[in-house]
Design a protein around this ligand. Structure first.
Ligand SMILES: Cc1cc2nc3c(=O)[nH]c(=O)nc-3n(C[C@H](O)[C@H](O)[C@H](O)COP(=O)(O)OP(=O)(O)OC[C@H]3O[C@@H](n4cnc5c(N)ncnc54)[C@H](O)[C@@H]3O)c2cc1C
Length: 402
C-alpha cells in the first residue's frame, strides 16, 4: 500500500486510539492543517478516558499555544512543595485539563471540519504501516498511521531490581464542607506517614469548594489498595486544611517509571505514539509534554515530510532525554530506598525553577543533567543550592486571581 496514490487512502492521518496523544494530534492538525483528512478510531464511547492531566510551563511551549491554548482548563501561577523541614514554591504556570474537556474539544473540532472524522466504538484489531483492520474486519488506509493505544500497549524493558518503579496514586475529586483559600496546587506534601517508597499528597484546587486530593507513591511495586487509600485520603484531608463533604470522582494511576527507556521511534509509518511508543517522561510518568511535541511535529511539516530532517532531530532529542531520565530511575529505584528516597526528592527540588521546568518538559541541557546528578549525590551538602523564598500566601492568591 506504500506506493498507492493519495486517493487510495481513507485519510492523510489515521489515528488509532482516542486518548491524550491522538486527541492532541487531532487538535493540532485541525488548527494548522484544515485541509488534512484525519480519521480517529476509538474503541470506547468517549475520548480520553477518566483523567485529570496536569502540565507545567514548558510542557506546552508558547509556540504550541496557537493550537493548544483551548486545552487549558485550569491555570495557576506556580505550585508549592512541603517536606519535613523545608518548603518550596516553584514559579511558573501549572495547568490542568480533564478528559471531559478533551472529549468536547475533539468532537467540536470534528464537527467544525469536513476533513476530520471521529469514530467512537471502533476497536482496532491490527495495525500496519499504512492500514488498520477493525474488529469487524473493515480495513482502512492512511498515509501516516499513528498507533497510540495507551499504556496497556507499552512494553517496558528491564527486570527485577533494575526494572525501575512506579508513580502510583489514588485521586479523589471532592466537594468540600468548608471553602478553602488554597490558591495554587500543592505538588508534593510529604509530611505524612511514609511507607511503600516515597509517599506524598498532591492537591489541585479547582474551586473554593472543589479539589482533587491524591495520595501518591514513588514505589518499587505496582500494587494499590484503592478502597483503603480512598478512605485514608478523606481521613487525612484535615491535615491539608481540607474537609471532604462528598467524593465526586475517583481516578487511579499506576504509571511506570522505567529504568530503561523504551522510546523507539521508527523512521516510517506506523508511528507508535503516546505512552505505548515511549512518548512520556520516564522521570515523572507524565506524557503531555512528549505527546504535545509529537502533535507539534505532525502539524508543522507536510505529510510527505513526516519522517524527514525535523523528525530525525525530534526523535534524537527525545531519545537522549528518555535515556537520561530513565537512568535517574535506575539510580532512584535501585539504590535509594526508604528515607533516602525522600531525601533525594527534597534535594532534587533544591534546583532552580528553570531546571525544574526543563526536567518536566524533557528539555534538560547538559548543565541541568550535571546539576540533577550532583544534587542527588549523597555527599552533596544540603545547603548547596539556595532555595527560593516561599511567597506569602496572600501573594499567591493575588497572582492566581489575575
Ligand atoms: C489516572 C492518570 C492520571 C494521569 N495524570 C497525568 C498528568 O497529570 N499529566 C500527564 O502528563 N500525564 C498523566 N498521566 C499519564 C499519561 O499522560 C496518560 O496515561 C495518557 O492518557 C497517555 O496518553 P495515550 O494517548 O498514550 O494513552 P491513553 O490516553 O490511555 O489513550 C489510549 C486510547 O486508546 C484506546 N484504545 C486502546 N486499544 C484500542 C483499540 N484496540 N482500538 C481502538 N482504541 C483503542 C483506549 O480506549 C484509549 O482511549 C496520567 C495517567 C493516569 C492513568
Amino acid at each position: 500500500m506504500a506506493d498507492a496514490t493519495p486517493d487510495a487512502f481513507d485519510a492523510d492521518y489515521l489515528l488509532v486510539g482516542g486518548g491524550l496523544q491522538n486527541g492532541l494530534i487531532l487538535l493540532a492538525l485541525a488548527a494548522r492543517k484544515p485541509q488534512a483528512r484525519v480519521l480517529l478510531l476509538e474503541q470506547g464511547e468517549v475520548i480520553g478516558g477518566n483523567h485529570i492531566w496536569s502540565f507545567q510551563a514548558l510542557d506546552l511551549p508558547d509556540t504550541a499555544l496557537d493550537w493548544a491554548r483551548p486545552i487549558i482548563e485550569y491555570e495557576w501561577p506556580g505550585y508549592q512543595l512541603y517536606f519535613d523541614d523545608s518548603a518550596r514554591w516553584v514559579q511558573g504556570v501549572y495547568r490542568s485539563l480533564s478528559s471531559e474537556h478533551l472529549h468536547r474539544l475533539v468532537l467540536d473540532a470534528a464537527a467544525g471540519s469536513e476533513g476530520i472524522e471521529v469514530r467512537l466504538g471502533a476497536a482496532v484489531a491490527d495495525v500496519d504501516g499504512h492500514s488498520v483492520q477493525l474488529a469487524d474486519g473493515t480495513r482502512l488506509h492512511g498515509r501516516v498511521v499513528v498507533d497510540a493505544r495507551g499504556p496497556e500497549a507499552a512494553h517496558p524493558m528491564g527486570r527485577g531490581r533494575f526494572s525501575g518503579g512506579y508513580q502510583k496514586f489514588v485521586g479523589l475529586e471532592c466537594r468540600l464542607a468548608a471553602l478553602t483559600d488554597l490558591a495554587a496546587p500543592i505538588l508534593m506534601d510529604s509530611r505524612c506517614a511514609q511507607r511503600d517508597g516515597f509517599r506524598f499528597h498532591y492537591v489541585l484546587p479547582f474551586a473554593p469548594d472543589r479539589v482533587l486530593i491524591e495520595d501518591t507513591y514513588f514505589s518499587n511495586t505496582p500494587d494499590l489498595d484503592v478502597d483503603a487509600l480512598s478512605r485514608e485520603i478523606v481521613a487525612e484531608a484535615p491535615r491539608l486544611g481540607l474537609q471532604v463533604a462528598e467524593v465526586l470522582r475517583t481516578e487511579v494511576g499506576v504509571l511506570p517509571m522505567p529504568a530503561w527507556s523504551h522510546f523507539r521511534a521508527a523512521d516510517a509509518s506506523p508511528i507508535t505514539g503516546g505512552y505505548a511508543g515511549g512518548w512520556f517522561n520516564p522521570g515523572t510518568g507524565y506524557s503531555l509534554a512528549a505527546a504535545a511535541r509529537l502533535a507539534e511535529h505532525l502539524s508543522a511539516v507536510p505529510v510527505a515530510d513526516t519522517f524527514g530532517h525535523e523528525w530525525q532531530r525530534l526523535t534524537r532529542r527525545m531519545r537522549i532525554q528518555a535515556h537520561f531520565l530513565a537512568f535517574l530511575n535506575l539510580l532512584m529505584f535501585g539504590f535509594f530506598h526508604g528515607a533516602k528516597r525522600r531525601r533525594l526528592m527534597e534535594r532534587f527540588y533544591m534546583v532552580s525553577d528553570a531546571v525544574i521546568h526543563r526536567f518536566f518538559a524533557m528539555r534538560n541541557n547538559p548543565i541541568d543533567m550535571w546539576r540533577i546528578m550532583y544534587v542527588g549525590a549523597p555527599w552533596t551538602p544540603k545547603g548547596w543550592a539556595k532555595r527560593p523564598e516561599q511567597p506569602a500566601a496572600a501573594q499567591v492568591a493575588a497572582s492566581s486571581a489575575e
